[in-house]
Design a protein around this ligand. Structure first.
Ligand code: DON
Length: 555
């Protein structure tokens, strides 16, 4: 179905792309959010204003994945200056964070406090990040860019099947907290797709932000209500934690590969460092003309080495010093490439020491190009499905469970099987490491805006998407292509179910690989602009049925 939409919009875009009209393109994980972005562009907004409309609408219609109570990482391209910049609206630990809160009496990790309820929640970054973007890079006031989200929350919408399933899946934890039950299980029953789902409390909070900007969320009655609710349920947030939160603007990571420039996320994301390291390792290897077995072999060995470094070195750049010169150096990558055995898997245990439940599908990415060529690549999250499942009282704000992205218990895996050490240990005011990898891929006459959710798999999805784009694939093909994933530990290749022929699987096993057949993962949203024909295309991941990639002419 999505392909039909894509194909039609591509044709329309092609037909309409004359000197008198200019096209815009948006791909997001929810059709109402894509429409909210287009509405904002029609009102004269630029890509940043559209991103704010999409992100806040997703907070309402896709709360299982992201929201005001979460954080985001975004890349912005400013067509007028030609500059790229990175907005870090990642959550941070409250000052009173204590690792004791995440350990049971017997010393084992407490997975309940790490993932459920207010102790799991970092101080949200999204409202500060959105207000910062609007002021510095947007054209419209928040009142205009937040209008679609406020309308959706006030008037209501039919929950997607994914939202209804998420509520059912998290019903036990939602049921612990009265405000969570009231929002997601009105009358005691999990909301279903036929219900009209309204969210008046979040609508009110959005209106306060629209009027007062970030202070409307981080100070005053919304903040007081969130702190009251968090404390009453055993959390540690204070008004000072909220008032001290700031979004940061950082310099993106760039790496040249095969004639393209990849612009991607710096720490506190590990994604860009890992993507750059993998591309540097792959440099000079003729992946395109290689048989499938060896192509997978070299990809996986590069992934394994980059994820080892991820676990060892990366964290919040404001708290830890990281050997970035080494990690991004082509010479370092040369050494790693040399260590790949041509016909045999490297066991992760052979590498200097630095595991995994199935990642959920929650977090959301969208990609936007406006008529002037401004671009936004933005990944927003509350971490796992419906975050902490804790709604902070009458604020209507569903809090994230991003504290689990810290290495809360050294050496023990988080929800994505990632193991960290001191670089990613929790400290008051510190940002937890992220895998979110919003990226641009810039070629001589084609470019792509790309990203996806999926915890640790975000990094390998984006990498494989970048390689597909460089191989000449279009937006639809990039989102649809089958995926593989390796993250050093657990030491196995995740293969999207049924995607590899038996002989390829047999040969990989003979080389020493463990293969893990996995259900599909990710929810990629890609926009591609071919400047030689001036055709834009947008595609939403066919693994989800809720997304929409759409190209439209703006006069
Ligand atoms: O920032 C991160 O890396 C995670 N909180 C992202 C979580 C995620 O993608 C969950 N979705 N599948």
């Amino acid at each position: 179905m999505l392909f039909a939409v894509l194909a039609t919009t591509c044709l329309l875009a092609h037909a309409a792309d004359t000197a008198h009209t200019k096209t815009v393109a948006i791909a997001s994980a929810n059709a109402a959010a894509t429409e909210a972005g287009l509405e904002t562009l029609r009102k004269g907004g630029n890509a940043v204003d559209a991103a704010i409309a999409v992100a806040t609408s997703l907070s309402v219609v896709q709360p299982e994945a992201s929201g005001l109570g979460g954080g985001f990482l975004a890349l912005i391209h400013n067509a007028a200056t030609g500059k790229d910049t990175f907005i870090d609206a990642r959550e941070m630990a409250p000052q009173a964070v204590s690792t004791a809160d995440y350990v049971n009496k017997d010393g084992s990790p407490n997975r309940d406090t790490s993932l459920n309820g207010p102790l799991a929640a970092g101080i949200p970054g999204s409202p500060a990040g959105l207000a910062y973007m609007a002021k510095k890079y947007g054209k419209l006031p928040l009142k205009v860019s937040l209008a679609p989200a406020i309308r959706l929350a006030d008037e209501g919408f039919h929950p997607t099947r994914s939202l209804a399933a998420s509520i059912k899946h998290r019903a036990d934890v939602l049921g612990r907290y009265p405000a969570s039950s009231a929002k997601f299980m009105p009358g005691g029953n999990p909301a279903v797709s036929t219900d009209l789902f309204r969210d008046p409390d979040q609508a009110q909070t959005l209106k306060t932000i629209a009027e007062k900007g970030a202070p409307g969320f981080y100070t005053g009655i919304v903040a007081e209500e969130m702190v009251r609710a968090v404390k009453a349920a055993g959390g540690t947030w204070t008004m000072a934690d909220l008032a001290s939160y700031r979004a940061h603007e950082r310099t993106p990571i760039t790496v040249d590969y095969a004639g393209y420039k990849v612009i991607t996320a710096p720490p506190p994301s590990s994604g860009g460092v890992a993507v750059a390291e993998i591309l540097n390792i792959l440099r000079g290897i003729d992946l395109k003309n290689m048989d499938q077995v060896h192509r997978i072999h070299y990809l996986v060995e590069a992934m394994r080495r980059a994820f080892r470094d991820h676990n060892e070195y990366l964290g919040d750049p404001d708290f830890v010093s990281m050997p970035m010169d080494m990690l991004l150096s082509p010479f370092y990558a040369d050494g790693l490439r040399q260590s790949i055995l041509p016909e045999r898997a490297t066991s992760s245990s052979w590498l200097p020491a630095a595991h995994a439940p199935e990642p959920g599908m929650h977090t959301t990415h969208f990609s936007i190009i406006d008529k002037d060529g401004n671009m936004v690549s933005m990944t927003c999250t509350v971490n796992t499905t419906l975050g902490s499942a804790f709604v902070a009282g009458k604020s209507g704000v569903l809090l994230n469970n991003e504290m689990d992205d810290f290495a809360l218990v050294a050496g023990k895996p988080n929800a994505f099987g990632l193991i960290g050490g001191s670089a990613n240990a929790p400290v008051g005011g510190k940002r937890m490491l992220s895998s979110m990898t919003p990226s641009f891929v810039i070629g001589k006459d084609r470019l792509a805006v790309i990203g996806s959710p999926g915890g640790s798999t975000i990094i390998t999805q984006v990498l494989e998407g970048i390689l597909a784009f460089i191989d000449g694939k279009n937006a639809g093909e990039i989102t649809a292509q089958k995926r593989i994933h390796h993250q050093y530990l657990p030491d196995r290749i995740d293969v999207e179910s049924g995607s590899l022929p038996a002989d390829v699987l047999g040969k990989l096993k003979a080389m020493g690989y463990e293969i893990n057949d996995r259900e599909s993962w990710g929810n990629m949203n890609v926009v591609v602009w071919d400047k030689s024909t001036n055709v834009k295309s947008a595609a939403s991941d066919p693994r989800s049925h809720d997304g929409l990639g759409k190209v439209e002419s703006i006069h």
